[in-house]
Design a protein around this ligand. Structure first.
Ligand SMILES: Cc1cc2nc3c(=O)[nH]c(=O)nc-3n(C[C@H](O)[C@H](O)[C@H](O)COP(=O)(O)OP(=O)(O)OC[C@H]3O[C@@H](n4cnc5c(N)ncnc54)[C@H](O)[C@@H]3O)c2cc1C
Ligand code: FES
Length: 328
């Protein structure tokens, strides 16, 4: 069964089946509702139900606060209609695209590749944001990757983990060559340094979640704030660790930076030996005076937020970016 869904304030009218989510149906009908992951993990598609009934499929619970739920905010990539609806939604105009040329490819670890791109014209973004990149040779397939670089550097730097049978990461590790071209959509995401507070920072990065955390760290260093910065970087396996020399050198030259590297692999002999990331964060708390930035898998983010809330950190001081698998 189909229902009419009207988007406000754009006025777009969509026909949406009961087994279809609003973002997916809109894309099929040529309307680009602003979105990121497409699977309920990033919050970029947040909108509001103005009238009508819908079913909200499961999404990462942290994306809507209790107050937002009371005000009928909804995650539109996980919302299916059950009647005619009116929905407040952000609709992107004709999407501007950039062409990025691969200028270098470097293995940072067994499973992590650094990809450097130079765009055909300036690519506006803030440290911590991500780009949607088209998967070469697969029409309509896009993946999200966070910039590890700063906007004024003239190059975009990404840290990309190999995912078994991954469309984009498989292409990157097996076929990509210097000189190849990639298409990029505009920078997205709200994971950025809060510039209106000089609270001490707690940064927690799991795996390639280090990419946007490095960008935020570097932006923070450019500011003349004096509060300390605690960086926890962790992986499960030793072979997935990367940038340790870079981070150690940074910590030596920047006395305000406290670096903890955690790897739960029994083979890890560096730093304090084998340790798990979140228990190590918990040990050093409380973090209630800190502005907290978390980046990694959805599971890590959910566990970290639970931990921090239970340690008295309030929601408004926790910022996160969840590297969920993409839905296209
Ligand atoms: C906002 C955002 C920012 C991101 N930034 C980065 C980044 O900086 N670096 C980075 O490495 N990744 C990042 N990701 C993840 C990235 O977008 C892709 O999802 C990932 O690289 C897999 O894409 P792929 O095409 O290689 O694999 P796909 O073709 O999408 O997946 C292949 C198979 O693997 C499964 N799969 C995909 N991802 C995972 C996973 N994480 N764990 C288990 N199974 C999985 C899929 O379900 C599928 O079955 C980010 C994601 C989001 C939402
Ligand atoms: S696009 Fe809906 S939560 Fe990411």
């Amino acid at each position: 069964m189909e229902h009419e869904v009207i988007l406000e304030p754009s006025g777009h009218r969509l026909q949406v089946r009961e087994d279809q989510c609003i973002v997916e149906a809109a894309l099929e009908q040529g309307v680009a509702i602003h979105h990121g992951c497409g699977n309920g993990s990033c919050g970029d598609c947040k909108g509001r139900i103005l009238s009508g009934e819908g079913v909200q499929l499961p999404f990462m619970p942290l994306l809507l606060t209790p107050e937002e739920r009371v005000h009928k905010q909804a995650i539109l990539c996980k919302l299916q209609p059950r009647s005619a609806m009116r929905i407040e939604a952000r609709v992107d105009g004709a999407t501007e695209l950039w062409t990025g040329t691969v200028i270098s490819l470097q293995r940072l670890a067994n499973t992590v590749m650094e990809l450097r791109l130079r765009c055909d014209r300036p690519y506006p973004f803030r440290a911590g944001q991500y780009a949607r990149i088209a998967v070469p040779g697969q029409a309509g397939q896009w993946r999200s990757y966070s910039m590890a670089s700063l906007p004024d550097e003239g190059e975009l730097v990404f840290h990309i983990r190999a995912v078994p049978n991954g469309a984009f990461s498989g292409w990157l590790f097996e076929q990509a060559r210097v000189g190849d071209s990639l298409q990029l959509g505009p920078a997205q995401g709200e994971f950025m340094l809060q510039r209106d507070t000089e609270r001490p920072l707690l940064l927690v990065a799991a795996g390639t979640g280090l990419a946007p955390i490095e960008a935020i760290l570097r932006e923070r260093r450019q500011r003349s704030w004096t509060a300390p910065v605690f960086l926890y970087f962790g992986t499960r396996r030793v072979e997935d660790l990367y940038h340790l020399d870079y981070l150690q050198e940074l910590a030596i030259s920047w006395p305000d930076l406290h670096l903890e590297v955690c790897c739960s692999d029994p083979a890890f002999s560096g730093f304090a030996g084998p340790r798990r990331l979140l228990p190590s964060v918990a040990e050093r708390g409380p973090w209630s005076e800190h502005e907290v930035y978390l980046c990694g898998s959805p599971g890590m983010i959910e566990a970290a937020v639970d931990l921090l809330l239970s340690h008295g950190v309030s929601h408004e001081h926790i910022h996160f970016d969840s590297f969920a698998p993409s839905a296209g």
